[in-house]
Design a binder for this molecule. Sequence first.
Ligand SMILES: *[C@@H]1O[C@H](CO)[C@@H](O)[C@H](O)[C@H]1NC(C)=O
Ligand SMILES: *[C@@H]1O[C@H](CO)[C@@H](O)[C@H](O)[C@H]1NC(C)=O
Ligand SMILES: [Zn+2]
Length: 470
Amino acid sequence: MAPVISALFLSLYLLFNFVAISSQNDEYDQTTAKTMEAFSGYQIHEPPFQGSFSSLSVDIESLQRQIDELSTFSDTPAPSVTRVLYSEKDVLARRYIKNLMGLSGLSVREDAVGNIFGRWVGSEPELAPVSTGSHIDAIPYSGKYDGVVGVLGAIEAINVLKRLGFKPKRSLEVIMFTSEEPTRFGISCLGSRLLAGSEELTELLKTTVDGQNISFSDAAKLAGYTNNEDLSSVLLKKGSYSAFIELHIEQGPILEEEATSIGVVTAIAAPASIKVDFEGNGGHAGAVLMPKRNDAGLAAAELALAVEKHVLESGSIDTVGTVGILELHPGAINSIPSKSHLEIGIRDIDEKRRNLVIEKIYQSALSISKARGVKLSEFKIVNQDPPALSEDSIIKASESACQELNLSYKKMISRAYHDSLFMARISPMGMIFIPCYKGYSHKPEEFAAPQDVANGVRVLALTLAKLSTS
Ligand SMILES: *[C@@H]1O[C@H](CO)[C@@H](O)[C@H](O)[C@H]1NC(C)=O
Ligand SMILES: *[C@@H]1O[C@H](CO)[C@@H](O)[C@H](O)[C@H]1NC(C)=O
Ligand SMILES: [Zn+2]
């Protein structure tokens, strides 16, 4: 660009920013901008905010106070947090979030299962919005940062942009997802799964009850979501958002260990769970001689080793497999196991590779049962959610945000899964991680330093700004 034109651009840009910052109300000064565009012949809000974010400031004191306040809506004493879906405390916490959204000038909407949306309408509201968010439910005796940083932090990111005088082109939307944790109804990421269009789940929820035999529908009604007979209204279409990005604590030790400020997530691993049962003849542990045995316990042990072998054969460090449950029946020292039960979790960021491991485990289960003369009475794939890759353009936006903010970052994989895994089904997706103390999560010791939270919010704000103008 010729120097003269750049200078013109710059002065127009400064002027524009001045206008934007000095305007106290939320209405975008369309007339001024349009007149200026017509005068200059250039589109002045493309790209109007480059370089203007050095003063981007997070009100970390307020944000920390909000994190602390939200943690008091808990069914167990501090420092632990217990906030279960549709409980009294959950309802109070939801009210708290809606109130904050309102204070930030967002227009608030809730769907039939209580996903909460706060929208900042952009200058081109007909374009698909950019969304961000996470969850605030907390498993029993957990901490106050998991999910919460991605909801309160998102609202603060909006505040940061508003204070700066930024005006989004695409609308920006903060989402608080209902029940990321499976605590009450055994279904993880309930809200985001529904948003992402799971018709299966709308059916399943009709018959779902909690541990007290309270139906999902009744529990939702008690929490004020009375209109939940037909959940199809919750489902969103692909393309409803131009981008979704979630800010979250890492829940792992890498960023802290490496003293890196930000993790830019490139992929989210997803689990598949398998239940296996073997049945043999059992018998007296002294009387039945070795050649006569059909030992269901040894079949299970052999399968557990086969799981490790097949996982290692995948050749990728990202493939992991765990036999987390192995039960023997009748469980007596003088009795040959007549039944065994295994639960196996396989995770990967590559669905094909993960499914190949599952297939190999199945083949091993068959051959072990044949060789040992035991019956493979069950081999059930309980769930098999596909992993997700982050969108390149969102990764790049987050990376350049880190660079512009002089924050160290590294690209990394999310080995836990999040609402983002499901949002990826309907929207280009990305995630931003911040360090957390020793990688602790899901326990009261969970902690993220205010400076790290503030860094995450700044990166989120700048990434949202970039995505909202593209
Ligand atoms: C980043 O560092 C450069 C060079 O040290 C500096 O000029 C710039 O102002 C810094 N930006 C921010 C956002 O701190
Ligand atoms: C759960 O509630 C349903 C309907 O109220 C009832 O038919 C069923 O017997 C209950 N089940 C248990 C285990 O209490
Ligand atoms: Zn979480």
